[in-house]
Design a protein around this ligand. Structure first.
Ligand SMILES: Nc1ncnc2c1ncn2[C@@H]1O[C@H](COP(=O)(O)OP(=O)(O)O)[C@@H](O)[C@H]1O
Ligand SMILES: [Mg+2]
Length: 249
């Protein structure tokens, strides 16, 4: 049905096509998320069996040295997989399950730890800096994780030839909490910087980018009463800053 016919039938103003596309895409991604969370859950059960079985063999006496080495290898690799799948499940969790207060630094650090595997495959140095005594913020941990994930993945993708990723969280003199994600990638040309938050704006190849990361991130930050801004120096790198006003007492 055409958008205008649908609008007439429902007797309401329907959003434009871009928005409808976005809704459809969002639905698809949500469905994909549910399916993969299910699969990952299924993978975890045999993984725990492998880990326990390996542990049992490791405790046996008289296992030949070479065999023991192999079993230890099976054990540590299975544990690595298990940590990874648990990390993915944390992201798949719905946001309303994470209410209450949020420790920002811990939340950011969890995402960076989760990504270290992806980052480790490239020659990218990672630096994390967190101020002490940052205020706790109201919930929304999974929303913030999603945003940090989008921004760090963009930074990593921008540094295809290696570089440095800096993640920090600090208290500004005006009491605002500022999270910065910086890279030493090629930067964003001034003529495109006003478009990067637009839905479906991407400079990546088909299959590598959807152009939704920054659009979704800015909206998620807004929902958390914060703001997301960017500064970029072509040739030198890019910094995204998330700012949260001091919590009202
Ligand atoms: N750290 C960065 N360095 C350089 N360009 C960036 C960076 N982050 C985002 N961009 C630009 O903004 C575009 C939109 O980003 P995003 O909304 O996350 O979509 P996607 O990553 O799917 O392309 C990217 O395609 C890229 O051109
Ligand atoms: Mg992206």
């Amino acid at each position: 049905m055409k958008n205008s016919t649908l609008a007439a039938t429902l007797n309401m103003d329907l959003p434009d096509k871009t928005f409808l596309d976005l809704l459809a895409f969002n639905e698809k991604m949500a469905e994909l998320g549910r399916i993969s969370a299910g699969i990952i859950h299924e993978v975890n059960t045999p993984l725990s069996v492998i880990i326990s079985a390996a542990q049992l063999v490791m405790q046996e006496e008289g296992v030949p040295e070479a065999a023991l080495e192999m079993v230890e290898r099976i054990h540590s690799e299975a544990q690595r997989l298990s940590r990874m799948t648990r990390g993915i499940l944390t992201f798949a969790r719905r946001d309303d399950e994470s209410s209450g207060e949020m420790d920002i630094c811990r939340t950011i650090h969890e995402v960076v730890t989760f990504l270290r595997y992806e980052i480790g495959k490239r020659s990218i140095e990672v630096e994390e800096r967190y101020d002490d005594h940052l205020p706790m913020l109201p919930g929304g941990e999974n929303r913030l994780k999603q945003v940090i994930l989008n921004l760090t993945m963009n930074a990593v993708q921008a540094m295809s030839r290696g570089g440095k990723l800096s993640v920090s969280c600090s208290l500004a003199p005006d009491g605002c909490t500022e999270i910065r994600i910086s890279d030493t990638g090629p930067g964003i040309p001034p003529e495109s910087i006003s478009r990067i938050f637009d839905p479906f704006y991407t400079t990546k190849k088909e299959g590598e980018g959807t152009g939704l990361g920054l659009f979704v991130s800015r909206n998620l930050v807004k929902e958390m009463d914060g703001s997301l801004s960017v500064r970029s120096l072509p040739g030198a790198g890019t910094t995204f800053t998330i700012t949260f006003a001091p919590p009202v007492a």
